[in-house]
Design a protein around this ligand. Structure first.
Ligand SMILES: C[S@@+](CC[C@H](N)C(=O)[O-])C[C@H]1O[C@@H](n2cnc3c(N)ncnc32)[C@H](O)[C@@H]1O
Length: 393
């Protein structure tokens, strides 16, 4: 493909990504994979170049652009070589006309700014779109840190996290034997911190109430050394189904999965009422803290959707609270940096549930924020999270 043809392919793909973000369609990665499946003439260098253009244009535009062309024209403003591709050649984009709409360069949508925790200043906001590192967790059910260091000699330890390593950018982890054999798991340092503050022990009864595909469940399983009761619950069957093979690979076969009926979660969890040592609520959220991994998610979130998420988080917290035994803990986490989902959500929980208290937070990592703690890419080198530990007294 010529550089101009690559630019046109990026425009076509960006049109699809914008449409999918508006209408709740597939993720950008899925659209890119589909696009190239039907265009076998594109070689690996073409694919990489087009993909980079698409993601650079997405990262640059905090607001959803009106078209793929306006998104790429925005990028072309910063890249003269790309601007030169708008040359009207047979497979390339038409020449740039006067007064064409051009996507504005800004890291975040304007409407979200007043909703972010004030700790997230302008430099922090820009860092929410930086490239994310590749962190792994040594799976203590199968390996030791020494084994992992031998398998990944270029990996760097992460301060404060005894099982965490950071790999060099672009490291082909999926081609390593250590990963294939379940000695390590891909897991952002922030997620590892959340599993650690659960302070689960072998023999406990633990529920991961919003387990998804089980990233944090697997970390809890390692802390429990495979002993006790660990239930991974979620309302989405396809996510829970992805956990089973991961658990097998990780040597965590004792994990039980529980599919919940949305709106009737409490009935499936009734047996555990008042008996659970730790309930983790890693709630569905705006994902503001992980926009560096899913930058097009900025184009999907709306004020209405955020309001619905806040309501749903409160409802899930109210389902979780009765499950916890006296003296047990409820750990609340969101990969979000809006106050309504974090600090405000926990304040509202404590106001609704007088028998509960927030546990004092040690520093660092992260910064104390309300009754919890805030982690952010710029301050902590992790994805952005709010987390709080609540105790039933
Ligand atoms: C942030 S994700 C969890 C990620 C997961 N804990 C991990 O570490 O990979 C939130 C999850 O909550 C689930 N969820 C949404 N509503 C729920 C509900 N009412 N009860 C339980 N899970 C729910 C979603 O399906 C999604 O998998």
């Amino acid at each position: 493909m010529t550089p101009a043809a690559r630019a046109q392919a990026a425009i076509d793909l960006l049109d699809e990504v914008i449409g999918a973000a508006r209408d709740g369609g597939p993720a950008a990665d899925t659209l890119i994979a589909r696009y190239f499946k039907t265009r076998r003439y594109a070689g690996s260098k073409d694919r990489k170049a087009v993909r980079d253009l698409v993601y650079d244009a997405i990262r640059r535009a905090g607001e959803r652009p009106e078209s793929g062309r306006s998104a790429l024209l925005g990028l072309a403003r910063d890249q003269p070589d790309l601007a030169a591709c708008f040359d009207g050649s047979p497979h390339g984009p038409a020449p740039i006309a006067d007064n064409e709409p051009v996507a504005e360069a800004r890291p975040l949508p304007k409407w979200i700014l007043p909703r972010l925790a004030p700790l997230i200043d302008r430099a922090e906001q820009a860092a929410l779109l930086d490239r994310a590192p590749l962190d792994i967790r040594v799976n203590r059910l199968k390996a030791t840190m020494d084994m992992a260091r031998a398998a990944f000699p270029d990996a760097m330890p992460i301060e404060g996290l005894p099982d965490a390593l950071r790999l060099p950018e672009g490291f082909p982890l999926d081609r390593s034997d250590a990963w294939d054999q379940g000695l390590v798991e891909v897991q952002d340092a922030g997620s590892q911190i959340i599993a650690a503050i659960c302070e689960v022990q072998p023999g406990m009864t633990v529920i991961d109430l919003c387990a998804g595909a089980g990233g944090k469940t697997l970390a809890l399983a390692a802390d429990m050394a495979g002993q006790g009761v660990l239930i991974a619950a979620d309302t989405v069957r396809s996510r829970l189904q992805r956990l089973a093979p991961r658990a097998e690979r990780a040597g965590a076969g004792f994990i039980q999965t529980l599919l919940l009926d949305p709106g009737r979660e409490a009935s499936a969890l009734g047996n555990h009422e008042g008996k659970t040592d730790v309930v983790l609520v890693d709630a569905p959220c705006s994902g503001t803290g992980t926009w560096r991994r899913n930058p097009e998610a900025r184009w999907r979130l709306t004020p209405d959707r955020l309001a619905r998420l806040v309501q749903e988080q409160a409802r899930i917290l109210d389902i979780a609270a009765p499950l916890v035994r006296d003296g047990g803990r409820l750990v609340y986490a969101v990969c979000a940096l809006t106050d309504a989902e974090g600090r405000g959500q926990v304040d509202a929980f404590l106001a609704r549930h007088p028998g509960w208290r927030a546990m004092p937070q040690a520093t660092p990592p992260g910064r104390l924020w309300g009754h919890g703690r805030l982690l952010s890419p710029r301050h902590d080198g992790t994805d952005g999270f709010f987390l709080a530990v609540l105790e039933k007294s």
